[in-house]
Design a protein around this ligand. Sequence first.
Ligand SMILES: [Zn+2]
Length: 162
Amino acid sequence: MKKAVSLTTPEKIMSKDYNPRMHSAEHILNQTMVRMFNKGRSFSAHIEKKKSKCDYHFERNLSGEEVSEIEKRVNQVIIKNLLVTESFVSKEEASIKFNLERLPEEARESLRIISIGDYDDCPCIGHHVNSTEEIGGFKIISTDFGEGVLRIRFKLVENSES
Ligand SMILES: [Zn+2]
């Protein structure tokens, strides 16, 4: 993936109320879910400053042990203080590696890929932290399951509270 000059991001997408810390935590949570369960990234997310939620196609709720394991893994990535970087690839190249279902119609030929160290790569137009320690501690508030959808609610705490 070669670096390219930053593209103009469509204004209407950018106006979405992203909280960079929360949103960066969402990337790490999604990669952690992929690695643990191999059921894909969240198909829907509501990211807000105080608490956020991500929905996954799933077949059951998570056990307490699984919730603890997810928190542990996400926090392990955060404390590594991995750099969050952007690069650009062609849509064609990206379609081999990523699921582009959620890509907006107006996405340009060149896609922006956000990488969190060597842990996660994901096409994204949002705002992110520069390195993962800025996120703070990751805490799952609750999970519930219904009609094939697992919802994970989470918040961020100061590192010392996590
Ligand atoms: Zn993002």
